[in-house]
Design a protein around this ligand. Structure first.
Ligand code: SF4
Length: 614
């Protein structure tokens, strides 16, 4: 069926027995689920039972690439982690850039599965079809980049270079939102994959191979790559100049910026411009950072040159800035860079970490906790030093950090009265957008399969805030909008391509055929949106199997409170408004009133055949 793009091989490693095997992925499965996120969901449905808990030895982890991953086209860097995540306790899909996905392909595989638990701390080394374990007590306690350096120090030089993954102390301490770092700068940030890898006693992994991914039409791929580069030079020029940090100013100006733990959604410009993208660019920028074969190079490496945070270096993205910045009452890019760097060193997700420190600050502000409860540390809005110290407390499970390290799910269990101060859906915390300023984002958070997520849930920013077609405060029409965006994103996440560049390949809701034809020799274009819909329904059915109902497609109580200032003043999303959006969304999805996919919907999408789901 395919004359390129796929290797059709999967490497399965049993960490308990240290045996490994190579399996074949049938063409028909590749056609139905495309790759990366789609293959991960299909695998999870068959191999991870609803009863398994995230840190159980029976939990497994899969890393799948897409047909574009590692091809000579621009930004073909993405691969997908699928597992039961510690943050939500349910299905987790998470994607990352970096060289690991491309190098896994060059080693000869479209996927890697880890199962069981190693008898001691180890690092995995995959060199083509050879798998080695580097056992060593010295792995424990290292930061992700220290573990990477230590691992690379034990490996021979290779061309191309080894690609790595590694975890930090937060993962070892089972922080529910600990991440897995890829190479020296990207991560599976959300959902707690780091703690799952730590539960398997794998501190780091390296992969190497040098066999190029086969292409159906190499000359056409070269031509498409050339044209994409020309397109991106202009279409993504601002991204190159300011990165995602460019969003801070407009999102605040539109009244959608989480401010002091979402107590409001807007701040006076002079109280937020210290964390604008332009400020990062003018005062802190030292160089751009590019993922694998990416000409956009949107990463903005910043360095603090003076003041209390001098010497700190990080590449803060918009989400990290929003949640470690304004949501914590911080108007100092130096503090944000230092907090971002610390999260990277500890190995924690900046989004959830920022949210939960902001929650802690609000608990202090309301007098619900005191320094006595927190090992002597006061954590107040606007205090950058306290922000950093609280991040350390979380990773070390010290003071209130002992509770906060368990994420929204653990906090709500231990201290239900704090639940209303956590901005979350299905136990994953909000991204840096306040949906009271654009209600489709509320529906996206509520229905996102992995919990509140602006990407998986549907990135409505362009349509609701930047475009003219939608009234951002309307609830009608948002069900169809969110469904379409979710399905579009599901197929993009399955290609192995960075979403930032998808326009250059015309991977819209009406994709054109040339790119996938050149890579695989198969005309995927007419099927891509259906593949996205298939993946969305498969993931929903997995969540239904794990106990999700309509009640879980919810927003936290703060969303029912009117915004108190700024352009979105007076706006809110009541439960009734969410119900209107959910009714429309379920109807266009072909789900029943409880949000369960109807049998005929599963049948239509070819999902009725997956026995574990029915
Ligand atoms: S656009 Fe940015 S995030 Fe995407 S591949 Fe390029 S550098 Fe990485």
């Amino acid at each position: 069926m395919f004359s390129g793009g796929y290797l059709g091989r999967l490497l399965r490693i049993n960490l308990t027995t240290r045996q490994y095997s190579i399996e074949t992925i049938p063409d028909e499965k590749l056609r139905l689920f495309l790759g990366a996120r789609g293959l991960g969901a299909e695998w999870y449905a068959r191999e991870v039972s609803p009863q398994v808990k995230p840190l159980d030895p029976e939990n497994k982890m899969a890393f799948f690439v897409g047909p574009m991953t590692g091809t000579p086209l621009v930004s073909t860097t993405k691969f997908e982690l699928t597992t039961k995540g510690l943050e939500t306790g349910r299905y987790l899909c998470s994607n990352s850039s970096g060289n690991f996905g491309p190098r896994l392909r060059e080693a000869g595989f479209d996927g890697l599965i880890l199962e069981g638990v190693s008898k001691c701390w180890t690092a995995l080394v995959i060199e083509k079809e050879d798998v080695k374990f580097l056992d060593d007590d010295g792995w424990q306690g290292l930061e992700p980049m220290e573990a990477r350096a230590r691992l690379l120090g034990q490996l021979p030089d290779r061309k191309p270079k080894w690609a790595t993954m590694s975890i930090g102390p937060a993962a070892e301490n089972r922080v529910a939102f600990s991440s897995i770092f890829v190479d020296d700068g990207r991560a599976f940030g959300r959902g707690g994959g780091g703690a799952v890898l730590a539960s398997k006693k794998v501190k780091a992994m390296a992969v190497w191979g040098d066999v190029p991914v086969p292409l159906a039409d190499a000359a056409m791929c070269k031509e498409i790559a050339k044209n994409a580069n020309i397109d991106l030079k202009t279409s993504r020029a601002k991204h190159r100049e300011l990165g995602t940090a460019q969003l801070v100013e407009p999102i605040n100006a539109l009244g959608c910026m989480p401010t002091r733990n979402f107590q409001t959604s807007w701040e006076l410009p002079e109280k937020v411009q210290g964390v604008y993208g332009q400020t990062l660019h003018d005062q802190y920028h030292v160089r751009n950072y590019a993922c694998y074969r990416c000409s956009v190079a949107c990463g903005q490496m910043g360095e603090v040159k003076e003041g209390p945070f001098a010497g700190a270096k990080a590449r803060p993205e918009f989400e990290s800035i929003g949640l470690l910045g304004p949501s914590c009452g911080i108007n100092d890019m130096g503090a944000v860079i230092a907090a971002n760097e610390l999260c990277d060193q500890l190995g924690m997700d900046t989004i959830t970490a920022g949210n939960l420190v902001a929650m802690t600050m609000e608990l202090f502000e309301r007098g619900l906790v005191s320094a006595q409860d927190n090992d002597g540390l006061e954590v107040r809005f606007g205090d950058g030093q306290a922000l950093l110290e609280m991040l350390r407390f979380i990773a070390q499970r010290r003071g209130l950090g002992a509770i906060i390290a368990d994420g929204a799910r653990g906090i709500i269990q231990a201290r239900p009265e704090w639940g209303k101060y956590i901005l979350q859906s299905k136990f994953m915390t909000f991204a840096a957008y306040d949906p009271r300023g654009f209600h489709g984002m509320g529906l996206a958070y509520a229905t996102s399969v992995r919990g509140a997520c602006h990407n998986v849930g549907g990135y409505t920013v362009s349509e609701e805030l930047m475009g003219k077609k939608y009234d951002r405060y309307a609830v009608e029409g948002k069900g169809q909008l969110v469904k379409t965006l979710q399905d579009n994103r599901a197929y993009i996440d399955s290609l192995g391509l960075c979403t930032v560049v998808r326009g250059a390949y015309k991977f819209s809701t009406a994709p054109t055929p040339e790119t996938m034809l050149a890579i695989t020799g198969y005309n995927f274009a007419p099927e891509l949106m259906t593949i996205g819909e298939r993946i969305s329904n498969l993931e929903r059915q997995i969540m239904v199997r794990e106990g999700i109902t309509r009640q879980d497609d919810a927003l936290p109580p703060r969303m029912s409170e009117a915004v108190t200032n700024g352009p979105a003043e007076g706006h809110f999303i009541s439960n009734q408004m969410l119900d209107v959006m959910l009714d429309e969304y379920y109807a266009v999805r072909g789900w029943d009133a409880q949000g369960h996919p109807r049998p005929e919907t599963l049948e239509k999408l070819g999902l009725a055949e997956i026995p574990a789901l029915v």
